[in-house]
Design a protein around this ligand. Structure first.
Ligand code: FAD
Ligand code: NAD
Length: 463
């Protein structure tokens, strides 16, 4: 058998790639990871999950101080925005966490090959000036922003998510194109800091993929906070002149065009897999219609010795999905059994309140058979009520015959934390009764999950 430089070469050091590399090294495999960015951690740590949460966290406090939430608690303050310091703490979080991955690579003896990786043949990849061979190669190249035809991103007036994280001043009017996760999170940041925010969404409701009732209620709550929505509307053109943008929009189903003025436009209409320049033709690997690399259940591609994980393969583009696939692929390469249950991947939108879900939506569950649904409003949860957090609800969807939990959806200040117990329960095949009879600490927001589970059988206590 041929000698290889490495047992495993991972291309891309995002949450999929760096986790795969560390796990492979932990399993005793000689491992390298190619990354073309200056720092490790991929989209998530550099320009995604982490910096967006740094800005969401800081702007949430500013909003609470500026818009009366602190005053309600008996804290009188008149906040002054120091945007430079806010950006500084964002950059610091990114620096510390990306540096942390570099430390973990050293600790686990993962070699970082700096540069863009390109296949030059089977088992062979050129990274910068160096060509290396590996018995197993994991493609974890992630995704980048989907461009909108007719709209040029200049990162000044028209920005993508990376530009929207770094705006040097608060826009007067920000128009967000796309009412998905990025549009709502980054739109929230700038609305809280004082911008008027209008969200233009092609579909007739925001947050595609989420439970129908959750989409509707989220829309209502965000509107109450000051978001303006233009649903069922598509942007066809953005003209920039003298630092101002003029958007041309049309009803999605046809009709007269209208225009809208803004001093900042965020393009957030989705992300697409990174495969350009990878040299996939050198290993005979084709993409599917959506430009993704297809794999089998073990994350093997059709090319021998080549595996793929994360945003570059089908499935939700989420960091924790990529991480779990990273662990599974390394374990499969090492001859163990690595499995990801793609039916139980939680999804969280870090707005205020947070919006979270796992498993099937009510609509999807009903398509598969008869269901029972239990709902509990956060208004009736003692902790949420005490904290002046009345918005939202929890919904538990169970199979009508077996009572097995099929999906859980929450809108609550800490929905992202609450959804973990639902995911774990579903992973263990729990029934709604199992959740209802599990003792939950009082007073916690999580009690709303227990009550929603009790409501499946029609017996919640507090409503
Ligand atoms: P990536 O993180 O995209 O990493 C791929 C890496 O590969 C990149 O660093 C890239 O430079 C490198 N690369 C690409 N091609 C090559 C090559 N040929 N050679 C060498 N290196 C290469 N997800 C969540 O779960 N929670 C969140 O809160 C969240 N917030 C987000 C906020 C924003 C603004 C954005 C944009 C995304 C967010 N996401 C979030 C999505 C999350 O960032 C992605 O799902 C995740 O990063 C995907 O991980 P990955 O490892 O597949 O790819
Ligand atoms: P998205 O797919 O979540 O939303 C894009 C939205 O744009 C959709 O609602 C779509 O209907 C709309 N749209 C498409 N074309 C349009 C047009 N021409 N005019 C108006 N609207 C249009 O995409 P995103 O918000 O860009 O996020 C990209 C990815 O990043 C997502 O897959 C998401 O999972 C991930 N992400 C996750 C988090 C999180 O987990 N909290 C945060 C940010 C990003």
């Amino acid at each position: 058998m041929a000698d290889f430089d490495f047992d495993v070469l991972v291309i891309g050091a995002g949450p999929g790639g760096y986790v795969a590399a560390i796990r492979a090294a932990q399993l005793g495999l000689k491992t390298a990871c190619a990354e073309s960015r200056e720092t490790l951690g991929g989209t998530c740590l550099n320009v995604g999950c982490i910096p967006s949460k740094a800005m969401l966290h800081a702007s949430e406090y500013y909003d609470a101080a500026a818009n009366g939430a602190f005053a309600k608690l008996g804290i009188k303050v008149t906040p002054e925005l120091d945007l430079d310091t806010m950006h500084g703490q964002r950059k610091d979080a990114v620096k510390q966490l990306t540096g942390g991955i570099e430390f973990l690579f050293k600790k686990n003896k993962v070699e970082w090959l700096k540069g863009l990786g390109t296949f030059t043949g089977p088992n062979t990849v050129k990274v910068g000036d160096r060509t290396v061979t590996a018995k197993n190669i994991v493609i974890a190249t992630g995704s980048s922003v989907t461009p909108l035809p007719g709209v040029e991103i200049d990162q000044k007036v028209v920005v993508d998510s990376t530009g929207a994280l770094e705006l040097p001043r608060v826009p007067e009017h920000m128009v967000v194109i796309g009412g998905g996760v990025i549009g709502l999170e980054l739109g929230s940041v700038w609305r809280r800091l004082g911008a008027k925010v209008t969200c233009v969404e092609f579909l007739d409701q925001i947050l595609p993929g989420f439970d129908g009732e959750v989409r509707k209620e989220s829309n209502k709550i965000l509107k109450k906070q000051g978001f303006e929505f233009k649903l069922g509307t598509k942007v066809t053109k953005v003209d920039v002149n003298g630092g101002k943008a003029t958007l041309t929009m049309e009803p999605a189903k046809g009709g007269a065009a209208e225009t809208l003025e803004a001093d900042c436009v965020l393009v957030s209409i989705g992300r697409r897999p990174n495969t350009e320049g990878l040299g996939l033709d050198k290993i005979g690997l084709q993409l599917n219609q959506r430009g993704q690399i297809e794999t089998d259940h073990d994350f093997r591609t059709k090319a021998a010795g080549v595996w793929a994980i994360g945003d570059v393969i089908p499935g939700p583009m989420l960091a924790h999905k990529a991480e779990d696939e990273g662990i599974a692929v390394a374990e499969n390469i090492a001859g163990l059994t690595g499995i990801v249950n793609h039916d139980v991947i939680p999804s969280v939108v870090y707005t205020w309140p947070e919006i979270a879900g796992v498993g099937l939506t009510e609509e999807q569950a009903k398509e598969k058979g008869e269901v029972k649904v239990g709902k509990f409003p956060m208004l009736a949860n003692s902790r949420a009520k005490t904290n002046h957090e009345p918005d939202g609800f929890v919904k538990v969807i169970a199979d009508a015959k077996t009572d097995r939990v099929l999906g859980v959806w929450c809108i609550a200040s800490v929905a992202g934390t609450m959804i973990a117990q639902a995911a774990q329960a579903m992973e263990f095949g729990a029934t709604s009764e199992d959740i209802a009879y599990t003792c939950h600490a009082h007073p916690t927001h999580s009690e709303a999950i227990k009550e929603a589970a009790m409501a499946v059988a029609g017996k919640p206590i507090h409503i």
